[in-house]
Design a protein around this ligand. Structure first.
Ligand code: PLP
Length: 406
């Protein structure tokens, strides 16, 4: 009898998350064979020595006893109060503690937000390039991710006319990632107001992923979308993974702000899905008040003299020193999204380029198309490593690119 294969569901056919895709598998195979790989592929602060503060780890340890049982679906009150207070301070409009839901990272919140909203064929405007979970979650929920262009020549700001041109009767919402992964762009008030106007005209929900809101360089200022008006439904995502360097604690949240009267059914859907996973990881919830009320260390790290500020400068400078590579200076987050001069490299398949890089130079980056960028001419570098490691890594990239062509 012919053996029946076990296949993944059709729901996954157009879903991809290549940050942890085939290139990483190739790197893991090389490592399994005993060779070391320089990994600049994932925005995970702790492995680069950027650990959470001791008092945050203590908050987790001290509350282990209390964290043994399931908790409230939306999250423990102390955590929601701390988030509420911070949101209030940041000018979020029309919120209460009941408008906050905690989850196992922003990742889970993104999945829940899309699953609760989208019917087959509904469209979601997603930036290009994007943090690809937004596209993947939209598709898994049956929706269509419609990518709007962010403009490299305009500091990677969203192209408002492109957004306008892509709105249809099926568009349910728009995702903005600010500060942006992978470009490091921090959006101006004018840009945000223009997006708000489009959302207002077309009845769109705004999903604002602000997980990097405290990771800002130079004079960059982050403006929470939810602070700009009270007549739009805005769902803001944030969490402990980046600014507090606690990615492994898996703690994130959504705040639902603005106009809600027309969205009661959707909000019921969000609560249903949150209830179905019972509650978020309890231990990490006890860390949230301690982090939000007492931890300002990220501001020192991002100063020009701070570890992140310095690493941003080194990465940006070294990338631009490579012949045929250019990179807009990131104003926020922890990534450079660099461009390859195609008249020189002629890259047709950027995943292949990354595979070749891993094989030849034992270093791991992520190709631009993994961020739904529509041409094979960009790649992302995580600038978490210290100056020495970064210099070593980008030195290897320089050697690789000296004669790499497709
Ligand atoms: N949103 C953005 C823009 C990210 O870059 C990331 C992780 O890199 C996430 C969400 C996921 O965050 P979390 O660790 O809270 O799931």
């Amino acid at each position: 009898m012919k053996e029946k294969t076990i296949d993944k569901s059709n729901k996954l056919h157009h879903v991809c998350y290549d940050i942890r895709g085939p290139v990483l598998e190739a790197a893991n195979a090389i490592e399994a064979a005993g060779q070391k790989i320089l990994k600049l592929n994932i925005g995970n602060p702790a492995p680069f020595g950027l650990y959470g503060e001791e008092h945050l780890r203590q908050a987790l340890i001290e509350n282990l006893h209390a964290a043994q049982g399931y908790g409230e679906t939306k999250g423990i009150l102390a955590a929601r109060e701390a988030i509420y207070t911070e949101n209030q301070r940041n000018g979020f409009q029309n919120i209460s503690v009941d408008d906050i839901i905690l989850g196992n990272g922003v990742s889970e919140m993104i999945m829940i937000a899309m699953q609760a909203l989208l019917n087959n064929g509904d469209e979601m405007l997603v930036p290009m390039p994007d943090y690809p979970l937004w596209t993947a979650a939209t598709r898994l929920a049956g929706g269509t991710a419609v990518h709007y262009r962010c403009d490299e020549d305009n500091d990677w700001n969203p192209d408002i006319e492109d957004i306008r041109a892509k709105i249809t009767d099926n568009t349910k919402g728009i995702v903005i990632i600010n500060p942006n992964n992978p470009t490091g762009s921090v959006y101006s008030r004018e840009t945000l107001l223009e997006i708000a106007e489009l959302a207002r005209e077309n009845n769109l929900i705004v999903f604002s992923d602000e997980i990097y809101d405290k990771i800002l360089y130079d004079d960059a200022k982050h403006i929470p979308f939810a602070s700009l008006q009270d007549d739009l439904l805005v769902i803001t995502m944030n969490g402990l993974s980046k600014a507090y360097r606690l990615a492994g604690f898996r703690s994130g949240w959504m705040t639902i702000s603005g106009r809600k009267t027309h969205a009661k059914d959707y909000l019921t859907g969000l609560n249903m899905l949150a209830s179905m996973r019972l509650c978020a990881n309890m231990q990490a919830q006890f860390v949230v008040p301690e982090a939000l009320n007492h931890d300002k260390t990220i501001y020192d790290l991002t100063l020009p003299t701070g570890r992140l500020g310095q690493r941003r400068d080194v990465a940006h400078r070294l990338l631009n020193e490579i012949e045929g590579v250019s990179c807009v200076q990131p104003k926020g987050a922890i990534y450079c999204f660099a461009k390859l001069d195609q008249s020189k490299f002629n890259i047709q398949d950027d995943e292949k380029m990354m595979l070749d890089l891993v094989t030849q130079q034992h270093m791991l980056l992520v190709q631009g198309t993994a961020f739904n960028w529509d041409k094979p001419d960009h790649f992302r570098v995580v600038f978490l490593p210290d100056a020495e490691l970064m210099t070593e890594a980008l030195g290897r990239l320089k050697v690789f690119l000296a004669d790499y062509r497709q």
